[in-house]
Design a protein around this ligand. Structure first.
Ligand code: GYE
Length: 347
């Protein structure tokens, strides 16, 4: 009896010592096995197979806001991917404020996270804060939008879309749509957040294409911050000024197009008929409006890159070299096919 108890205590002591040794020999290390396929495909449920998993990878993610359906889907995708891959995500919503992004990043640095991911609200003003992250030895991955910096070594990679190409696609659709229509074709443009990459590039790409016809002119262009509310207010103002002269609305995202549709209907015009409407993103709500004939075409922008972002986090910590930009595959949808696609939209 006594001998058995001694044996039990001895076993407990041994296990305790082994645990201490185990912790000491693996502390701070992430022994991960990658599950990325040769073609770059990452299974969404890829498990975090850390051999001696004493501490999961910790990522601080500064999301720029929750201004649109696209953004909400993007947040969901990133949170789900982190959970599926056993990565701890510290999530901060900056509500479209760069200042709040700086605060979040400083907090991540203080908490010594393994990687910082940032979705930058605007392009300028990032050099100093990224330098702080670099000095703390924390790699930065950019998500969705870009930054203007002199030193490209301040971030590892950018995962997002080709916004210029999205603008070009919208322009090509328009050229085709009005090909038999004599000019002038008067366009109003609802830009997104002033100074943000998608707004800058969607504007440039669109202009590069429509300039092929001189009688296509942008008569008014104003930022509406990518929200339904501002889309409605700014469109209202444009209607008051230009009224039935407006032939086309190009909205830099679906949410602003939805707001604008309300304004157009209140003004007494038919969206999609009196005014041709193009937008960007491909949300379910925009597809529903396309089925109703109120939006004519939507250029897709894909927010579902959570698993690619998390895989990039793992590979960065493994010391691998990643391409400077990872671009999402995207399409364009028109009212002709909307009813076939609407039910399968994920966001
Ligand atoms: O198009 C818009 C969102 O940065 C690509 O931001 C993103 C854009 C997206 O608010 O809906």
């Amino acid at each position: 009896m006594r001998y058995n108890r001694m044996k039990g205590i001895g076993m407990l002591l041994l296990i305790g010592m082994l645990l201490v040794w185990f912790r000491a020999s693996t502390d701070g290390k992430h022994t991960v096995q990658t599950t990325i396929a040769a073609n770059g495909h990452v299974p969404d449920s890829a498990p975090q197979t850390s051999k001696f998993k004493m501490r999961p990878i910790v990522v601080g993610f500064s999301q720029l806001g929750s201004e649109s359906d696209w953004r909400k889907a993007n947040t969901r995708s990133i949170q789900e991917a982190a959970a599926n891959m056993g990565i701890t995500l510290l999530f901060k919503n900056a509500e479209q404020s760069q200042e709040k992004q700086f605060e979040a990043i400083r907090e991540f640095i203080a908490r010594k996270v393994d990687v910082i991911a940032i979705s930058p609200v605007i392009e300028s003003g990032w050099e100093a804060i990224l330098q702080e992250a670099k000095e703390a030895g924390i790699p930065v991955i950019l998500s969705d939008r870009s930054v203007q910096i002199r030193d490209p070594s301040l971030y590892v990679t950018l995962i997002g879309s080709d916004f210029n190409e999205e603008g070009r696609k919208a322009g090509k659709y328009l050229l085709d749509k009005v090909r038999d229509r004599p000019g002038p074709v008067r366009i109003v443009e609802l830009q997104g957040t002033a100074g943000s990459t998608p707004s800058i590039e969607r504007g440039k790409g669109f202009r590069a294409i429509i300039q092929k016809r001189r009688d296509l002119t942008i008569i008014s262009s104003a930022p509406a911050d990518f929200t339904v509310e501002q889309g409605q207010t700014v469109m209202q103002r444009m209607l008051e000024k230009y009224g039935p002269d407006i032939d086309v609305l190009y909205a830099h995202n679906d949410d602003m197009a939805l707001g604008a549709i309300t304004a157009i209907e209140q003004y007494g015009l038919q969206p999609g008929k009196d005014i041709v409407i193009l937008s960007v993103d491909g949300t379910k709500r925009a597809f529903q409006r396309m089925v109703q004939g109120k939006i004519n075409a939507v250029v897709e922008c894909n927010p579902m890159f959570g698993s690619i972002l998390m895989q990039a986090v793992k590979e960065t910590l493994e010391g691998r070299t990643l391409p400077k930009k990872l671009v999402m595959p995207e399409s364009i949808f028109t009212d002709a096919l909307a009813d076939k696609e609407v039910d399968s939209r994920q966001y």
